[in-house]
Write a protein that binds this ligand. Structure first.
Ligand code: M6R
Length: 612
């Protein structure tokens, strides 16, 4: 969603802001703008569409400024247009604001402000804040941070806000409530941004801003207060991601690069998980043996792809650790009356660590007494910071909107959790646990093997590029994999795609099959659950109705009746979720290319969904 960047220092603000916005493009946006800290009146330029539109309209006549704020907007209130793009200014053009989130009481604020003579230029919720802050700024004798603290007390909703004023242009003030904001600490320059990728090229030192904290940066100082104006001490951390990791590195798209990074991402996430006594190591959980034995159930909360990882978690944890697992869409969880208590372990899975639905659900769970373990890929993001414990996945920065390597590492994380709980509860032998872990250790090489043989899949995909609908069928862990395959295809190819449990086929979905409908059947689990025969029957059923069937099957399964078979290496059934997903990622990627879509920034989507 919206990307925010603020810069104050010695260098060209325009260059730093545009570069920061470029690195935040992956979040998804439909317009972009900057405000430069020029005296008397701010210089503001904003344009609907891609960043290039803004750059073109900036041309060469850019004032020499050393501070400013920049924004990529993902429209909520008011369509994508030049006027609705951020920054938004007061009527004198002296104060500018950028915003990520939603101001719920903007209509009230707007009508109050209009009644006091403010004139509005846009349909956005954000513009009310610019006018409000401008009034308060006068009342606070030009102290922008004090004005911001008072403004926040009048706002409802979720927001990260940055503001700049031409009276004191080297000062940038920011605040966050439920939306992310990080500070980058430089030498003679400082940054504010939605995430560290905006400034990673200039500094590796960062501070994560807490809830309801107000930050003021100048080229030589950073100060943070609470909403009462009391100074807060802050802790900096080092960003371990390399700035190169956020570049394409010779690949045509971030998504393709990230697909090919999966073997390493899995290996990195597994690193250190097997101890010297051949035991699973998960010290991060911070639960005693008694607490683990006393767990009544586990509730997994997540959205989108992370939710699919949660579904796989259910199969793995119930089988290995013998604890009941419920998996819930985070957006639904707190709007019913879920039964959770101190004996419930909640696992919140999120690549970004900023997904609003997951954050709100975990807060709700914590308030009910549950203990929360985050599975997250982004260091110091909000979800891990608000959880009791965190297991970081080591996928590195995931830039493409469509999640790939983060998903596979989430699967690894939930397998590790399942084996660890089984070990502590004593419900699996050490030998069995080790055996599975050793099989997990082989996954990077097996994913590599799949990636070396995807060429025929590329051509095959293109032959289906004119289809209107693609169905995915799976049983057991093949079912969440089918859901994930369908989600990837929707996101990237903008095609109707649905995943079904094979057993459900005859309960309705089979009516969708027409002559030539592509059906992808996921059949990875060998004979372990005697489900291959059942899936083969499903294949015959759809074939008999004209479907074109592509089967993803483990090497040793005899497949009859398919139009195409994509082979994946053998592995225990539960671990096959990792392997069976990879061809589906490639399928969706190739389909997007064949249909001429924007792979890394699919239409209407945002990488990090920071509003409910
Ligand atoms: O950052 P999160 O893992 O919390 O994000 C959850 C979903 O928004 C995300 O997985 C989304 O579904 C992806 N675009 C899927 O590719």
């Amino acid at each position: 969603m919206c990307g925010i960047v603020g810069y104050t220092g010695r260098h060209s603000a325009t260059e730093h802001l545009i570069e920061g916005l470029r690195r935040l493009e992956y979040r998804g946006y439909d317009s972009a703008g900057i405000a430069l800290g020029t005296p008397k009146k701010l210089f503001v330029e904003k344009r609907a569409g891609k960043l290039i539109n803004l750059e073109n309209s900036l041309g060469k006549a850019i004032p020499d400024a050393h501070s400013g704020i920049g924004h990529t907007r993902w429209a909520t209130h008011g369509g994508p247009s030049d006027k609705n793009a951020h920054p938004h200014c007061d009527n004198e053009g002296k104060l500018a604001v950028i915003h990520n989130g939603i101001i719920e009481n903007y209509a009230e604020l707007r009508s109050d402000l209009e009644s006091r003579g403010h004139t509005f230029d846009s349909e956005t919720d954000t513009e009310s804040v610019a006018h409000l802050l401008s009034e308060l700024h006068k009342g606070h004798k030009g102290d922008l941070a004090s004005a911001m603290r008072e403004a926040v007390a009048l706002l409802r909703g979720s927001f990260t806000l940055l503001a700049i004023h031409s009276d004191n242009p080297e000062v940038i003030v920011g605040v966050r409530r439920n939306s992310p904001l990080v500070v980058g600490l430089g030498e003679g320059e400082n940054f504010l941004a939605s995430d560290v990728s905006a400034f990673i090229e200039y500094t590796k030192r960062a501070v994560a801003l807490g809830q309801d904290e107000v930050v003021t940066i100048t080229p030589s100082s950073v100060s943070i207060t609470d909403l009462k104006g009391r100074d807060l001490a802050f802790k900096e951390y080092e960003i371990t991601w390399d700035s190169k990791a956020a570049e394409k590195g010779g690949f045509t798209h971030f998504m393709l690069k990230e697909i090919f990074e999966q073997p390493k991402a899995i290996a990195d996430t597994l690193l250190g998980r097997l101890g010297d006594k051949n035991q699973i190591v998960l010290d991060e959980l911070h639960l005693t043996k008694e607490e683990i034995k006393g767990l009544a159930k586990i509730v997994v909360l997540a959205c989108g792809t992370a939710y699919h990882a949660g579904l796989v978690a259910k199969y793995a944890i119930e089988k290995w650790a013998k604890i009941p697992v419920e998996v819930e869409l985070a957006s639904e969880f707190r709007y019913r009356d879920p039964i959770i208590d101190k004996q419930t372990l909640v696992i919140a899975i999120s690549q970004s660590g900023e997904t609003m639905d997951t954050l709100m659900a975990l807060r709700y769970a914590k308030a009910q007494g549950a203990r929360v373990l985050a599975v997250c890929n982004t260091n110091s993001s909000t979800i891990p910071r608000e959880s009791d414990a965190v297991l970081y996945t080591h996928a590195g920065p995931e830039i493409a909107v469509a999640s790939t390597k983060a998903f596979l590492t989430q699967l690894i994380a939930v397998y590790v959790i399942g084996l660890y709980l089984a070990q502590v509860r004593g419900v699996m032998s050490g030998d069995d646990i080790r055996k599975i872990f050793n099989e997990m250790d082989e996954l990077p090489a097996k994913v590599e093997q799949i990636l070396e043989t995807v060429e025929p899949l590329r051509e095959l995909t293109r032959s289906f590029s004119q289809s209107t609908s693609v169905l995915f069928l799976g049983r057991h862990i093949g079912f969440p994999v089918a859901l994930e395959g369908a989600l990837k295809l929707k996101e990237l190819a903008y095609m109707h795609a649905e995943g079904f449990a094979g057993g459900e086929l005859k309960h309705g979905p089979i009516a969708l099959i027409e002559e030539g409908t592509p059906v992808i059947a996921i059949l990875p689990f060998g004979h372990e659950y005697s489900l291959d025969e059942k899936m083969l029957s499903n294949i015959q059923e759809v074939k008999a109705r004209g479907a074109k069937v592509i089967v993803i099957a483990q090497e040793d399964i005899v497949v009859q009746g398919a139009d195409h078979v994509i082979r994946i290496p053998g592995a225990p059934a539960l671990l096959q979720a990792v392997l069976a997903t990879v061809p589906l990622q490639v399928f969706a990627y190739e389909m997007a290319i064949a249909r001429g879509n924007d792979v890394d920034q699919p239409r209407n989507l945002a990488k990090s969904v920071t509003v409910e």
